[in-house]
Design a protein around this ligand. Sequence first.
Ligand code: ADP
Ligand code: ADP
Length: 225
Amino acid sequence: MERLYIRNLDKQYTRGVKALSGVNLQIPNGMFGLLGPNGAGKSTLMRTIATLQQPDGGEILFDGTDILKDPQAMRRQLGYLPQDFGVYPKVSAQDLLEHLAVLKGILEPKERREQVLALLQQTNLYSARKQAVSTFSGGMRQRFGIAQALLGNPQLIIADEPTAGLDPEERNRFHDLLSEIGEQVVVILSTHIVEDVRDLCPQMAVLAGGKIILQGRPSTLTASL
Ligand code: ADP
Ligand code: ADP
């Protein structure tokens, strides 16, 4: 059952190359890998789906809603996991999550607290919940990134190069956590690392020069990469 339809997406930066050129994708529930070298257009595509920037043309439907026409509808359903969780303030992990939960519109204090504590447990950060995020290791920061992305039970999670800078052990733990997020939501994993996609994603596409050049199962595609 496809939930995300991307049709004919185009984007040209004012003083640059064509970052996206006639991109078509149909994405079902579960992990979907978007593989491509640096400069392929992955971030542009991820940011466009996340309604952080506008394409020049094309259409994006999520559960039938045109998200370019109604970006608010998408934002309520979206979890965004950036390359590096850029904010390392001195407040504790728990307080920061509670604050981000307010921004996501989770206004009822009891519900918010329960959700935050459950996410801290799920991401194995419960015992570190009183520590400042600025003191976290790379792996802990990435797990914190997952916790904040899961606030509000999003239906679509966008992970933009999430394993960049992790050591192999951290990467494995991160993979386990991502697989647990479940099959009931769409998770798009953008990466230039073949193994991330091969180990995690039942479906994938390869983006190069702004175009989808391959789409299918990693088991059949990665042999040719
Ligand atoms: P990736 O995430 O795969 O590395 P990007 O989407 O970041 O690819 O970039 C695709 C292309 O668009 C690259 O050639 C990049 O230099 C260019 N690009 C990205 N962002 C901008 C921007 N804000 N202005 C101009 N060119 C950009
Ligand atoms: P960059 O070019 O470094 O990727 P961006 O302009 O994409 O920077 O975003 C800056 C930061 O804002 C991101 O690293 C991320 O932490 C945060 N951010 C952007 N969009 C969202 C979003 N939809 N939800 C949560 N955080 C976001």
